[in-house]
Ligand binder design. Structure first.
Ligand code: BG6
Length: 478
């Protein structure tokens, strides 16, 4: 990782929703917080023909909506945001880049952020390469949003196109879950606290659950989502990234490649997932927080009779010394009762039961619950004696909440964009990692189960609830 150097941040898809909602506000915040306003310039690239002034007006409005102070935003926008259309090809963009760099005395460091639909990734990467925008007088970085391919084959093809023009050291594949403060903290929690790490293995851990539930439905994304489904949208990337951080071995160093090497080893150690260990669901109409919502099939833009899954639950095993025989349960879904991303590590019960109630053991397994969002924090659940005359046990929590200790947490995009600017690849997905994740799931994607219906406002279909029962477990919620 290098320190800050003046940079031109080129957003391809500069007029899009991601740019408006996430990228511009995050860049503006970073520039302000670090005092980089005159050295962190943005060039938005889009199809529309407009001048800098037209785009700046749109950008100011977007930044205002994101709650940034109007004076700061206006000054930064007017000096540091620029616009170019690529409707006539990439040479126009290359010329504009040179013009901005000359006018503002920038040394030629560039990051190209592809905030565009995945179907045009290859075309744009080729376009940049063909006019020489893959190299510059300073450094050049390429940032690619998910989804990176929709199968092992397409991910490989996309990697080939990327590598035809860019070196892997220039490439930053975004999975915004890795920018979440609590996800990054998994490394600290595990490797800075010997107490937990010594228990983090098959001798003491009984099972691990990762749930990423959303109460939102499809929103306005039918065009993308009905083709993708929950497996490609969430499991292959966000949920799997969290899994690798929970399961990985300690890295030899805290640098990008050492960490990513360990994550890849986890993916390569996962045993082929059995078809019976995967459940697909699709939400039917229901009630969430007193609001009646339509079923997936009735959402605008969804193909008639669509069998796209909106929820997935699965069980997998990692065949290495640390985790052999420990079930990992992964689950995601839209229209669950609440937004909740949680890791539950359940510990084994004591080998001998001293505390019996009515002939059965009263001991409950201890657990660590790591809540990644909302109300981020850690809970350690353990048994105590309930204070009455009988020997009755009760499970109680030891609780830590980020908001109480630190106040508001930084947004994922601000963290990731700052890392792109500074050249730290740790939180970005490497090409072999992407391919290993697709390869792991390809057999399920080739022959997916038929989705079972679940009512909106519930935690997925009945078979999903039963999935952990077979191995003596249960989901924490639902
Ligand atoms: C996106 C998915 O990558 O992540 C969306 O495409 C999903 O479908 C979103 O809603 C969830 O992100 P977060 O940060 O709100 O948990």
């Amino acid at each position: 990782m290098s320190g800050f150097q003046p940079i031109l941040f080129v957003i391809v898809g500069g007029g899009g929703d991601l740019t408006r909602r996430k990228l511009l506000p995050a860049i503006a915040r970073i520039a302000e917080e670090n005092g980089w306003q005159d050295r962190l310039h943005v060039l938005a690239v889009g199809r529309a023909e407009q001048d800098d002034a037209g785009y700046r007006a749109w950008a100011r409005q977007s930044l205002g909506l994101a709650g940034l102070a109007p004076e700061t935003v206006k000054a930064w926008c007017d000096s540091s945001i620029h616009y170019a259309s690529n409707a006539a090809g990439w040479q126009t963009v290359a010329d504009k880049i040179e013009q901005i760099e000359a006018e503002h005395d920038l040394p030629g460091n560039r990051a190209f952020y592809l905030a565009i639909p995945p179907r045009v990734f290859s075309q744009v990467i080729d376009g940049l390469g063909e006019v020489g925008l893959n190299r510059s007088p300073g450094f050049t970085r390429l940032v690619i949003e998910k989804p990176f391919g929709r199968s092992l084959e397409s991910a490989r093809e996309l990697n080939q196109i990327v590598h035809a023009h860019f070196d892997e050291r220039q490439v930053y594949r975004i999975d915004h879950y890795l920018g979440k403060e609590t996800v990054q903290n998994l490394l600290v929690f595990r490797f800075a606290n010997a107490l937990f790490e010594s228990a983090w293995n098959r001798s003491l851990v009984k099972s691990v659950e990762i749930t990423v539930g959303e109460h939102l439905g499809l929103e306005t994304r039918a065009g993308y989502y009905d083709q993708a489904g929950a497996f490609r949208d969430m499991i292959q990337n966000h949920v799997t990234q969290v899994l690798t951080l929970v399961a990985m071995e300690p890295p030899v160093k805290l640098d990008a490649d050492s960490i990513r090497d360990e994550k890849v080893k986890v993916l390569r150690s996962i045993v082929a997932i059995l078809p019976g260990d995967v459940v697909y669901g699709q939400y039917a109409g229901g009630v969430i927080e007193d609001e009646t919502v339509p079923g997936y099939q009735d959402e605008p833009g969804v193909a008639e009779g669509s069998t796209t899954e909106t929820a997935v639950s699965l069980r997998l095993y990692i065949d290495n010394w640390r985790w052999q025989g420990v079930p990992f349960y992964l689950r995601t879904g839209k229209r669950f009762p609440e937004r909740l991303t949680q890791i539950v590590v359940r510990f084994r019960e004591p080998p001998v039961c001293l505390f019996e109630v009515n002939g059965s053991c009263d001991v409950h397994s201890d657990a660590i619950i790591i809540t990644l969002q909302p109300n981020e924090g850690f809970e350690l659940l353990f048994d105590v004696k309930a204070p009455d005359e009988d020997m009755r046990l009760q499970t109680v929590p030891l609780d830590f909440r980020y908001a109480e200790a630190f106040g508001e947490l930084p947004g994922a995009y601000a963290t990731l964009i700052e890392d792109i600017v500074l050249g730290d690849q740790t939180l970005f997905v490497r090409s072999d990692e992407v391919e290993a994740a697709w390869s792991l799931y390809q057999s399920i994607l080739d022959d997916p189960p038929i989705p079972e219906q679940y009512a909106a406002g519930t935690w997925g279909p009945p078979s999903s609830h039963k999935l952990p029962h077979a191995t003596g477990d249960r989901w924490l919620q639902g």
